[in-house]
Design a protein around this ligand. Structure first.
Ligand code: ATP
Ligand code: MN
Length: 464
């Protein structure tokens, strides 16, 4: 026997009068009168609920008492135009079945208006709220959109490793992967951990970025992108950092910083237009609730060019600012999130691409500019969030790259394969990393990044 069912989304979109449907879902509310009752269902397929009328004469009516908020039910019935406002269809039930009750004494989602903090503590149930129903569907649509964008442009989706021995950023904020017995860690004669005895014979960790491997794939296939999980052990309890997040990293051979910026802007604008097309109900619900961008503003963003500014000019702008920053600005410092937000929220009132950062605050692989001070880097900054994309043209000149690796005292031996790419058929190439949760945050208006991924990982946070 099968439990064939119709998704509420499809019923509402393509239903016709008199059509027999089977809907399965969770009860949002129940209202009773003498001879019949209303059950309002949501099945997670869309923002809308579907009202079902349960008459006392139908099989299963006796179960109604158990069909409380949160219970899972199956209803077979006939589709009729709805009298109620805001509803196109309702179901006149012919049969009611109950799958699972939800005890009203203990089911946590009784009433509306729980705080997001509370809902984070019941992450296993929060997907049943309007808010998280909307955010998870938006997240899904954006992921689909990312693939659509790149596939239509002829980029190849490349799978880079999750376990690696290369620390791309050299930042050291990594999670070690080991099978050593932590009670008996082997050490060498200098009392350092002897990684040669570990599973891979090297110090391995979870990847912080797929870029280095992405580069060699671009140098064989031209245009590629990665879309996968990345991990950072930064102990930062902010509203825009996770310890596990998803990153999209395109890498293009035969491309420079200008091409890189264009791709970044095109991608974000495409995702705005895509989201409006795929998730109109979700976006209008979220913008009403959380005061992010309105759907109209998202449409407009999809149509407008991004502002651009060099780091040097950005610093001048920040030095002119009358507001007092917690971190003072001068040429050479890394921009803090308060500075980024000043540029986006006050100066440009929209996203801005900042280019040509000082080489000392950026990674070793970025292409050195002729001024000897800056590199061909670019960050895309978004209002309220700050950096959502970080990218650069890569250093393709062998001598320059090796000199920089030595200068920064990075392990040249471990990076030999990376340097090799400059030895054999080197080409100008460029790419960037887009934090997937940051773009979901931007378009959903959710203030905290922990509310745009089902199971957030952060310091001291790993339940679910
Ligand atoms: P930030 O300055 O915001 O900490 P970053 O400069 O360390 O970011 P990159 O190394 O450039 O970040 O990573 C590329 C992109 O990945 C960033 O632009 C951002 O969108 C995203 N990202 C980086 N770190 C995190 C994190 N901890 N959680 C979620 N997204 C992140
Ligand atoms: Mn960055």
């Amino acid at each position: 026997m099968s439990i064939r069912r119709d998704r509420i989304r499809d019923v509402l979109k393509t239903g016709s009068e008199g059509q027999m449907v089977v809907v399965c879902g969770w009860v949002r509310s129940r209202r009773e009168s003498k001879t019949f009752a209303f059950l309002v269902l949501n099945d997670g397929s869309c923002q809308a609920t579907l009202q079902c009328i349960i008459d006392q004469n139908i099989p299963g009516f006796a179960l109604l008492g158990q069909c409380q908020t949160g219970a899972a039910v199956r209803i077979e019935g006939e589709l009729k135009p709805s009298q109620g406002k805001g509803q196109s269809w309702e179901v006149h039930a012919k049969k009611l079945e109950l799958y699972g009750e939800a005890n009203p004494e203990t089911y946590p989602l009784q009433k509306k208006g729980h705080t997001l903090e509370f809902l984070r503590e019941i992450a296993h149930l929060r997907g049943r709220t309007n808010t998280f129903g909307a955010v998870w569907r938006l997240r899904n649509s954006l992921a689909h959109g990312v693939h659509d964008f790149f596939q239509n442009r002829g980029f190849m989706w490349a799978h880079t490793p999750i376990i690696t021995a290369n620390d791309c950023e050299g930042a050291g904020e990594i999670f070690t992967v080991t099978s050593l017995d932590l009670n008996k860690i082997p050490r060498n004669d200098k009392a350092q951990i002897d990684w040669s005895k570990d599973f891979f014979g090297k110090h391995a960790h979870l990847t912080v970025s797929g870029q280095l491997q992405g580069e060699f794939l671009a140098l064989s296939h031209g245009d590629i992108y990665t879309f996968g999980p990345t991990f950072r052990a930064e102990n930062s309890n902010t509203t825009r950092h996770l310890s596990e997040f998803w990153m999209i990293e395109p890498e293009m051979a035969f491309a420079d910083l200008e091409d890189d910026m264009q791709l970044a802007e095109d991608l974000i604008r495409f995702l705005c237009t895509w989201a409006i097309k795929k998730c109109p109900d979700e976006l209008s619900f979220l913008s009403d609730m959380y005061k992010g961008m309105t759907p109209d503003e998202i449409v407009k963003l999809g149509e407008s060019k991004f502002a651009r500014m060099t780091y040097t000019d950005a610093v001048k702008e920040l030095e002119k600012a009358t507001v007092k920053f917690e971190f003072p600005v001068k040429w050479g410092v890394d921009l803090q999130s308060e500075h980024e937000r000043y540029l986006t929220d006050q100066v440009f009132k929209g996203p801005v691409i900042v280019t040509n950062y000082p080489k000392d605050i950026k990674s070793f692989y970025m292409r050195q500019n002729d001024d000897g001070k800056t590199v061909a880097a670019m960050d895309v900054l978004a209002p309220k969030i700050g950096e959502i994309i970080g990218g650069s043209q890569r250093e393709e000149r062998l001598d320059r790259l090796e000199a920089r690796i030595r200068e920064m005292k990075l392990p040249l031996d471990d990076l030999q394969w990376y340097v090799d790419l400059r030895r054999y058929g080197s080409v100008p190439h460029a790419g960037f990393g887009l934090g997937f949760e940051r773009i979901v945050q931007y378009l959903s208006g959710m203030a905290n990044i922990r509310d745009v991924i089902p199971c957030p990982r952060a310091p001291q946070t790993i339940a679910f």
